[in-house]
Design a protein around this ligand. Structure first.
Ligand SMILES: NC(=O)c1ccc[n+]([C@@H]2O[C@H](COP(=O)([O-])OP(=O)(O)OC[C@H]3O[C@@H](n4cnc5c(N)ncnc54)[C@H](OP(=O)(O)O)[C@@H]3O)[C@@H](O)[C@H]2O)c1
Length: 245
């Protein structure tokens, strides 16, 4: 049975779905009728999240997935193929790489680690899953970015969001850039590729200093994951609307 059949639930995958915003994106997609793969690298954290989501009545399954590991990504793609395909991919997994990150202070290793997770991880996962997405009826790729990656916002505001960061923020600029490139390459295929920002959300990523809840942060990605056919592609938005690159 394929994603194209009408009597079959569409499948979504969320990377880094064991906690934070990714967990709430998984819950929200399940609420909207998707069968959701909970991508997570740690077996215990993955099983706990799957159990919690199932206890809330959601149709989810665990997908072992470390976005920095080619073999893990290939195994996840094989699992999803066996599960019947994939209609929605949400690239959510990311790390900050630790602060402070003043450009004059970062090490090459620190930057490479963040790029490998936040950017190359998205390329690895997306490319491994594109063959499945191409077979889906209304495929969507959603990249979880941040306005700290907006060069316009970073330079237009005296009080620009986010700390000075030579690793994390630039990976979101890079992610925005590849979102545009995927959207250009996939134009006309029916696959819509968009990036969003959740706002400043209280999660482990920022020591829970954020002012929004993970559920509020997830909302924009649920919208992008369920855009109608013919909807926008190659855009960057948050709850307030389109944001500048
Ligand atoms: N929080 C905010 O204010 C904010 C603002 C803008 C954008 N964002 C973005 O929102 C997304 C989610 O962040 P969050 O705030 O929810 O952070 P979080 O609670 O720290 O969650 C990050 C998730 O990514 C996973 N992850 C990290 N490295 C991974 C890898 N190599 N393979 C697979 N999974 C990996 C983590 O898994 P483990 O549990 O195994 O570490 C965790 O599930 C990120 O893309 C972040 O950049 C967040």
């Amino acid at each position: 049975m394929t994603e194209n059949t009408t009597d079959h639930k569409q499948t979504a995958l969320v990377t880094g779905a064991n906690k934070g915003i990714g967990y709430e994106i998984a819950a929200g997609l399940a609420r909207r009728g998707f069968r959701v793969g909970v991508g997570a690298r740690d077996a215990g954290r993955r099983e706990d999240a799957v159990a919690k989501l199932r206890a809330d009545g959601h149709d989810v399954f665990g997908v072992p997935l470390d976005v920095t590991d080619d073999a893990s990504v290939a195994a996840a793609a094989a699992q999803l193929e066996a599960e019947g395909g994939l209609a929605v991919l949400v690239n959510n997994a990311a790390i900050t790489g630790g602060m402070p990150q003043e450009p004059s202070q970062v090490s090459a290793d620190q930057v490479l680690r963040v790029v490998d997770t936040n950017v190359i991880g998205v390329l690895r996962v997306t490319n491994a899953l594109l063959p499945l997405l191409r077979r889906a009826a209304s495929p969507r790729i959603v990249n979880v970015s941040s306005t700290v990656g907006s060069l316009t916002l970073q330079t237009a505001q005296a009080d620009a969001v986010g700390p000075i960061s030579a690793a994390y923020s630039p990976t979101k600029s890079y992610l925005n850039a590849i979102t545009i490139q995927y959207a250009k390459e996939l134009a006309g295929t029916g696959i819509l590729v968009n990036a969003g920002c959740p706002g400043f959300v209280a999660t482990d990523l920022n020591g829970h200093r954020g002012t929004r809840t993970p559920e509020q942060g997830a909302a924009v990605f649920l919208e992008l994951a369920t855009l109608p056919d013919g909807g926008p592609s190659g855009t960057f938005r948050d709850d307030a609307g389109i944001q500048p690159w």
